[in-house]
Design a protein around this ligand. Structure first.
Ligand code: ZN
Length: 321
């Protein structure tokens, strides 16, 4: 492997998806195995909109005591600039229980979004039924995830390929315009509102981090950055991201965070098993960011404690806390 600074692995990866995300296929087992093999010592699982996979993840984590585990979720919220992805870190069991209305709202949103998207495409005269949607979901999502979440929306990669196959669109470039036209026919529900979601999450001590912010920040427009900080009151910024934050922006965001007492985090945002094996931990977040993140996480949010030889009794005790 080429030893390029961009390609080294960080000691932590705080943005990872499993098959419990509507658009991902990696399993928790694959994430932990890859982290262990690659020397990534702390990982967060941050599925889109759900905590449904965290029980499974905790079970897997118990078999990888060398990898600390931070349960999280990536919650997309609706605010003044539209949809914004928030990586939420440190979802303890008590936080998960207290946030039950949130999980219900997101489950509902996923099903409604899927159904209205389908209906919008049908309104354009194209044959996209809920049965088609179910078939597409079943083609890549494990049954256990659909049992819990119902018929969600379909990941873009799969849906786009099917639209091309069915002749709805000729090429990938026509995909977004088609979705826009469909939304004009049948409006899709907005994501749950930021002021419904984020204060509740923060009240549980969970860290809220604005994900891959380059688009939201209009690259590095200070006015926009401060506006979003006031509106969303996030605790931190994903200053390092495998693909969506370019290397020259990482220090710019980090400096801005330091000036405002915000934490800086980093993650790869991987979704698929092949990518996980190759790229887990690949982002530019340095080791020095970790102690600050660790300090700000709610108590009991890290399973497996810190690295090093941990006996099973100690691990069990940590989990029980
Ligand atoms: Zn993500």
């Amino acid at each position: 492997m080429v030893d390029h600074p961009d390609q080294r692995r960080a000691s932590y990866d705080l943005h990872l998806h499993t098959c419990w995300s509507y658009d991902a296929t990696a399993t928790a087992e694959e994430l932990f195995a890859a982290a262990s093999a690659g020397g990534v010592r702390r990982i967060a699982i941050t599925d889109h909109h759900v905590i449904d996979g965290l029980k499974e993840a905790h079970e897997v984590a118990a078999r990888y005591p060398e990898v600390s585990f931070i349960p999280g979720a990536e919650l997309t919220v609706h605010c003044s600039i539209g949809a914004v992805d928030m990586v939420c870190l440190g979802l303890t069991q008590s936080a998960i229980e207290a946030l039950a209305p949130l999980w219900e709202a997101y489950h509902e949103w996923q099903r409604e979004f899927g159904a209205t998207l389908c209906a919008g495409v049908r309104a354009l005269g194209l044959d996209y039924t809920d049965a088609h949607r179910q078939e597409l979901l079943e083609s890549y999502r494990p049954v256990r995830t659909l049992d819990v979440q119902g018929l969600t929306h379909v990941g873009n990669r799969v849906q786009r390929a099917w639209f091309i196959e069915r002749g709805f669109i000729e090429s990938e470039e026509d995909y977004v315009p088609l979705l826009r036209a469909a939304a004009e026919r049948v409006p899709r529900p907005p994501y749950p509102a930021a002021d419904f979601v984020l204060p509740r999450v923060r009240r549980q001590g969970v860290l809220t981090v604005i994900a891959h912010p380059t688009g939201y920040f209009l690259r590095d427009d200070r006015e926009r950055m401060d506006l979003l900080r006031r509106e969303l009151s996030f605790d931190g910024v994903e200053c390092a991201h495998g693909r969506k934050v370019s290397p020259e922006l990482t220090p710019v965001y980090h400096t801005w965070c330091k000036e405002r007492g915000l934490i800086s985090t980093g993650g790869s945002d991987l979704h698929r098993p092949d990518d996980v094996e190759q790229d887990i931990g690949r982002h530019l977040g340095p080791e020095q960011w970790w102690p600050e993140i660790e300090k700000r996480l709610p108590e009991g949010a890290i399973s497996n404690g810190e690295v090093g030889p941990i006996d099973s009794e100690h691990t069990a005790e940590n989990r029980a806390r």
